[in-house]
Write a protein that binds this ligand. Sequence first.
Ligand code: C2E
Ligand code: CA
Ligand code: CA
Length: 576
Amino acid sequence: MTMDSLNKLDIGAKYGRDFRRTILIVDDEPVNLRLLGNILGDEYDIDFAQSADEAISIIQSEKDAISLVLLDLHMPGKSGFEVLDTMSADKDLHNIPVVVVTTDKDAEVESLHRGAIDFLSKPYDKPEVIRARIGRAIELFIDKTIIGATGVDRLTGLMTRDFFFQYCQEYDKFHPEQQVDAVVVNFSKFHLINDLYGRNFGDQILKAMAEGTRTVARAYGGVACRYNADCFYLYIEHQKDYKYLKKTLVEKLFEVLSTTNTRLRIGVYPDLYRSCSLQQRFDRALQACNTISRNAHDTEVAVYDNEMHEKELYEERLLADIDEALQNNQINVVFQPKYNVRGEKPVLCGAEALIRWKHPKFGFVRPDFFIPLFEENGQIKELDRFVWRESARQIRKWRDLYGVTIPVSVNVSRAEIFAPDLIDFLNGIVEENGLENSDLSLEITETAYTDSVISIVDVVEEIRGKGFKVAMDDFGKGYSSLNMLTSLPIDSLKLDMGFIKDIAIDNKEMRVVEFVLEVANFLGVPVIAEGVETSEQYLLLKKAGCNIIQGYYFSKPLVPSEFGNLIEHNAEKKKS
Ligand code: C2E
Ligand code: CA
Ligand code: CA
């Protein structure tokens, strides 16, 4: 590999100057040490050893820092050959390049056989020649490391993420004072490009993104990599603003897309004081990136700021406080009534259980804020099951108090669907409370289906086979298709709030809702509309054949005692 191709690999504009590498010079004569030290000292950090034994011990202890060994062959005691042999035999050391220094032509050949990669002759060549040969040897060594680590992304020629992180770490080691920016670049909804225009075009886009990040990395003395599919990482010197960065990336894409409406999302974490780890810095850049909507119409740059930091701390705090919250009754379950609207008057027909957390310091924390946190850290299982158990108990309590059974639906987070003990747990809480399995219904969010249709069908069939009901939640929120409905085994379909938000007589939104209702009707799947707030929405949905309605129009979620009152006074409370 040549220096040219190295540049293509994006070692960065200042490769060579970027890192001060360390060279170990081994020679028994102090004058030689000084001479070579002077020639190379401007560009490299120099270590010295005056015997083979000393050299071996330094190489062993500093193996991560040494980029090259310059080795005199003729020394009293052990010769340079023994250093070569020791290094060749040790898998941690045999990759460190060795250039031998000798007057003896035969010894040159011998030393190449024993692992040296080049030689310098005594008396010394001109300083420029020495510097060039040493530079070249180090370059070759880096090539080898890159190839060894399969550090190149095939599609884009950028570094892979492993190599990238290795490189950044090394950069940090050598430049502890340098202010740096961690940058994440993401193409919004890239999968749509693949779906709409095919993989080849998708590849072209990725290459253009690579070209853009490469150009920026060069200009700013940094490095770039493709982190995963459509996500690129950049590590560059800190910038005052990100205009050039954005402009360069957009322009490169423009060559392929012929529109400046490129919808890149760029997140930056400027680290001025090196206050956190490399991984953390990129996490924060990603966090900044994720504050930009995937539906934004233009390329946007978000810089991690104090507000995001506050949010991070807040999230940390919530994660730390959950166990105590569960123990101290800060977590509760509320129930939102559902009404069957097929008859003349709406009839209370069930409830959805919704979690509530009243934090002693922060007050009520929104579930759509904290649920994703616990989904990510795995503790959602505890929370979900707490709600399911409370729900089962509550069904029993109401039955004892009022003589009626109110079926309750509970939310099942995505990770939970595949839990091997799911059915055992459900059976357990049903038995404990003397209920029927059909009193419980599981709401599985639509995106869980779209993520993994095939395996989820089996699980859902098993759950339904045991008599539990399954509802598809949030229909219309993700990339749902009506097609999916025909292949999925479900007992009911919940239309997402966003789906019905803008319905009005004869408008486009209403026609879509009508169409979904028709298909569901045809398939014999009852439809629940949620988030119904107004009487107009209610009447339109009822007229179009919607079966069940849940929303503020009827009631907000209620604490169990309030819900009890509702059951008791159901008859009077019915609306027409
Ligand atoms: P979801 O399952 O779609 O629940 C419906 C959300 O809409 C609830 O918000 C409910 O209070 C709200 N809502 C109901 N009617 C109306 C209305 O007319 N107008 C408006 N604007 N909102 C209405 P909530 O309780 O804040 O829950 C938010 C989300 O958090 C839920 O969305 C669900 O995804 C999740 N969640 C709640 N409880 C649990 C739980 O126990 N486990 C899991 N995994 N997720 C839960
Ligand atoms: Ca739900
Ligand atoms: Ca929902």
